[in-house]
Design a protein. Structure first.
Length: 134
């Protein structure tokens, strides 16, 4: 059911420092910072040949990433995103197995302008999973 790895999201406290690390130390191609107030993050996209890494810095008081940074002051992997052909079919199939979909259970428009859902980390080996319509 799941397809390509769309991205790995890494929460960071210092976006400029993390960007420099990926650009200068690791030699990756990185984007300009992109504030996404509706998602409570500022994002830098790290473009790799086969996938993306997204560096997420908390933005605003209600950022979903802020608590993660409180618990993980050095930053860390926040979620991984897999592509699915049909997000509604995928959701219904997962819910039928007892997996928990976060929020209202309805897809929201994600950072790439496509419908996304998040799955409870406790149901997926301790990892927050994002599904994105391909
Ligand atoms: Co994501």
């Amino acid at each position: 059911m799941i397809g390509r790895l769309n991205h790995v999201a890494i929460a960071v406290k210092d976006l400029a420092g993390a960007t420099a690390l990926y650009r200068d130390t690791l030699g990756a191609r990185v984007s300009q910072p992109l504030p996404q107030p509706e998602h409570g993050v500022t994002v830098v996209f790290v473009e790799l040949p086969n996938t993306k890494v997204e560096l997420l810095e908390p933005l605003g008081a209600d950022s979903p990433v802020a608590k993660f940074i409180e618990r993980n002051p050095d930053g860390g992997i926040h979620h991984i995103c897999y592509e699915v052909d049909d997000i509604i079919v995928a959701r219904d199939r997962l819910k039928a197995t007892g997996a928990r979909v976060l929020g209202t259970g309805e897809p929201r428009i994600g950072a790439h302008g496509k419908p996304v859902l998040f799955l409870h980390p406790k149901d997926f080996t301790g990892t927050l999973v994002e599904l994105e319509q391909a």
